[in-house]
Design a binder for this molecule. Structure first.
Ligand code: ZLV
Ligand code: CA
Ligand code: ZN
Length: 393
């Protein structure tokens, strides 16, 4: 209908399962798996599935999860029931192990299924890339970057990104991980801190005392030891409230361009957390859908095999806009699709301001003050370039 056709010489695959979307973290919890329904609804109403290979994913197996997570942790995750959910924070601290059952990572009905489906989408994406059946693989149900080997953290229980990158490392010598979620990608950074085959770059809001998870300062570049090949292979871009499209895009291109030249990755894993958008319930930035998407477009232009993961995103209508727009960039249809959301889109009434690209004023009640000075951004760029001198292949 919108002239959406399969891109020439490029295969894009889309990995999802609607079984993930029906799970609930709880009424007041900001993570709403239903945002995936809204995303799929937009992607479909624009006709994008015609241009991609669409896969209904299977849940990851226990063995697959065990390639990163410990058995102790997985066994608890598999058997913990909502009834084990502590009544209050004190009880949580005393009784539930692995950081499970608190208010960030509650125990809810079907938790293990939800986790294995999220991991399944990312693993399927990685396998399609490895066997060359896909050039860009999309897994919006993944991107849960805070989970640790034996610990849940920040709404994340299973680190599907680590599992997928491990899969890529079977074939590709070097993988570049990029994270544009408003939070620091601490779980992925930590998982690969001792290898020089993975470079991690996270852009995030940084305020150690007040903003989760509190790590990811400019000087945090991986454990510094002469014997650690992974030293200097973590790059952090700590930002303040209110960063704009122009600043973010220029920072992103400068840093990722330099990393690409120096590290020469053979594949890219890009976490597209949509909580960095203006008007997000938890986020603090002033990015528009266009600015967020520009990062995806730039990564695509590098011409490497790539996985796009989801991640955070707490204003569901904006999450759906961003991920639908980014799906259109992957298939090269972003210039073809109309800005006005199609009349026949299911749940269309949720998209107040019926455009794919709301203005800052439309996204939030009051536009957030930009606390990022040009001087500070220049200092960040300088630091990153100095860091990169330690990286050689
Ligand atoms: O987007 O939480 O600040 C990837 C991702 O990066 C905290 N958690 C923890 C540390 C002590 N606190 C407070 C616990 C709060 C528990 C409930 C909320 C409930 C309602 C509204 C907001 C929150 C909340 N929780 C906001 N920020 C937090 C963070 C975790 C953020 C995870 C981001 C995950 C998916
Ligand atoms: Ca980030
Ligand atoms: Zn986040």
């Amino acid at each position: 209908e919108y002239g959406i056709v399969r891109p020439k010489g490029l295969t894009v695959s889309y990995h999802a399962t609607s079984d993930m979307e029906k799970h609930h973290f709880g009424q007041t919890h900001p993570m709403k798996p239903w945002r995936l329904t809204l995303t799929k609804s937009l992607v479909t109403s624009y006709g994008m599935p015609f241009a991609m290979d669409n896969y209904h994913t299977r849940p990851a197996t226990y063995q697959e999860l065990n390639s990163f997570h410990s058995k102790d942790y997985l066994d608890y995750l598999a058997t913990a029931a909502p009834e084990d959910q502590p009544r209050d924070a004190d009880q949580a601290e005393r009784e539930t192990p692995f950081n499970l059952g608190g208010s960030d990572c509650p125990l809810f009905h079907g938790l293990y299924d939800y986790c294995s489906m999220s991991a399944g989408t990312s693993l399927d994406a990685a396998r399609k890339i490895c066997n060359k059946q896909s050039d860009i693989a999309i897994a919006w149900g993944g991107g849960l970057h805070h989970a640790k080997k034996s610990e849940a953290s920040g709404f994340c229980y299973i680190n599907d990104i680590v599992l997928a990158v491990l899969e890529l490392l079977r074939l590709y010598p070097r993988v570049l991980y990029i994270d544009i979620d408003v939070h620091h990608g601490d779980g992925v950074e930590e998982a690969f801190h001792s290898t020089d085959r993975v470079m991690t770059v996270s852009f995030h809001k940084y305020a150690p005392e007040t903003f989760f998870p509190g790590t990811g300062g400019l000087d945090d570049n991986g454990p510094k030891s002469e014997r650690n090949p992974g030293a200097h292979h973590a790059i952090n871009v700590p930002l303040h409230d209110g960063i704009t499209d122009e600043q973010y895009e220029s920072l992103f291109k400068n840093i990722i361009g330099a990393v690409n030249e120096r590290f020469r990755p053979s594949a890219i894993a890009l976490q597209c957390g949509a909580d960095s958008l203006a008007g997000d319930r938890l986020g603090r930035f002033n990015l528009r859908v266009q600015g967020h998407g520009a990062c995806v477009r730039y990564c695509k232009s590098l011409g490497l095999p790539m996985i796009l993961f989801g991640g955070g995103g707490y204003t569901p209508r904006n999450v759906a806009r961003a991920w639908a727009h980014e799906t259109s960039i992957a298939i090269g249809a972003d210039k073809n699709i109309p800005e006005i959301i199609p009349e026949h889109t299911p749940w269309r009434e949720h998209f107040i301001h019926d455009t794919l690209f709301p203005s800052l004023e439309q996204s939030m009640q009051e536009v957030r003050h930009n606390r990022n000075t040009e001087k500070r951004l220049r200092d960040i760029v300088t630091h990153v370039h100095e860091q990169l001198r330690f990286v050689s292949i």
